[in-house]
Write a protein that binds this ligand. Structure first.
Ligand SMILES: NC(=O)c1ccc[n+]([C@@H]2O[C@H](COP(=O)([O-])OP(=O)(O)OC[C@H]3O[C@@H](n4cnc5c(N)ncnc54)[C@H](O)[C@@H]3O)[C@@H](O)[C@H]2O)c1
Length: 323
């Protein structure tokens, strides 16, 4: 979208990646940023403290049609970026209901409001997990969707609904599929902050199976910067994989964190594997790279910054880690 962006509505803007996007978008002075977030256990307005005066906040569930209609009517956003989701795979295995509700029905509410109020661009944040896992090679944007967890299935369902709107209504959406993110403000239920939280307390660090599952790690500021970039550069109707190209086995991530913290590897405790655990994710991100985006933060630097942030914000980490 080459036009000046004057108003963005960001859902899930109080979450881990959404808040980084809001911080970047507020500083870019593109115009007003409107944040909609239900503030579930995963949402926290503290993440937006440093840009408090630069955005408007609405505490709304995206599934609430009436309230979403009112906010679209009042704000008339030009662009919508949808980060709102239930995001933790383990929680989806215990109970899928909230995942299907927010990730599928919530997306449908947003799509219908965006259509009704003439939104010019709808950027949907999907995930590499929609593809399922891959032993060798990489997923391209055209790889079949074969999700394995209820979380991934709910995200894949949303992608298919969006694709149907693109085709049926020429709806101006873009789907972005990032790989595993890490960085400041990540809720300590996800691998990297869980390890830091446990290690800082000298508690055993739980690792699924033998820790050999592989993930592609993307630093959160690189992810948010890519979404900002795609808002301007992407063509409507397109899908973009978004990975750093840096792959690590979980056990190697754990060892690197323990080394940074100068904690012994004896803290590592192998626990029963997650049911249906995806073995390996890897994305071919040449499409977004060909447009000119590149990650800026190496994994070793990103991990050091993440550990340093968590030490500096130990109280936040430990408060959240108790929930
Ligand atoms: N974290 C990752 O590694 C990763 C990787 C790929 C894709 N993604 C996707 O990126 C997006 C953001 O992920 P995250 O890690 O920042 O998630 P998060 O769990 O940290 O934040 C999600 C936010 O959405 C809000 N939310 C949840 N349900 C809502 C509802 N019904 N209405 C309004 N707000 C609601 C929460 O309050 C929270 O602020 C998600 O769509 C996720 O699927 C995440």
């Amino acid at each position: 979208m080459r036009k000046r962006i004057h108003k963005i509505l960001v859902t899930g803007g109080a979450g881990f990646i959404g808040s980084e996007f809001v911080r970047q978008a507020s500083k870019a002075r593109w115009g007003r940023v409107i944040v909609v977030d239900k503030l579930t256990y995963a949402g926290d307005l503290k993440r937006l403290d440093e840009v408090r005066k630069k955005h408007d906040f609405h505490k709304i569930d995206i599934c609430d049609e009436k309230r979403m209609d009112a906010v679209f009517k009042k704000e008339r956003p030009q662009v919508v970026v949808n980060f709102a989701a239930e995001t933790h795979v383990d929680r989806s295995i215990l109970d899928a209901k909230a995942f299907l509700r927010t990730n599928i029905m919530g997306t449908q509410v947003l799509l219908d409001k965006a259509r009704k109020y003439g939104v010019e661009r709808f950027v949907h944040i999907s995930t590499d997990e929609t593809f399922g896992d891959i032993k060798k090679g990489k997923f391209s944007e055209d790889s079949p969707l074969k999700p394995n967890s209820p979380y991934a299935a709910s995200k894949a369902a949303a992608d298919l609904i969006i694709k149907s709107y693109m085709r049926t209504y020429a709806f101006p959406a873009v789907i972005v599929r990032p790989s595993n993110n890490y960085g400041p403000w990540q809720f300590p239920e996800k691998l990297i902050p869980v390890i830091i939280n446990h290690a800082l307390r000298d508690k055993k660090v739980p690792v699924y199976a033998e820790g050999l599952n592989v993930r592609e790690w993307l630093y959160v500021s690189d992810c948010a910067r890519a979404v900002m970039f795609l808002l301007r550069e992407a063509k409507a109707g397109q899908i973009y994989n978004l990975g750093s190209g840096h792959h690590e086995k979980n056990i190697d991530v754990v060892k690197q964190i323990l080394t940074i913290l100068r904690k012994p590897f004896t803290l590592i405790e192998f626990v029963d594997d997650r049911p249906g655990h995806d073995w390996r994710y890897a994305l071919d991100s040449s499409k977004v790279r060909n447009l000119g985006w590149r990650p800026e933060v190496s994994f070793s630097r990103g991990l050091e910054m993440t550990v340093a942030w968590n030490i500096a914000n130990r109280k936040w980490l430990m408060d959240k880690g108790r929930k």
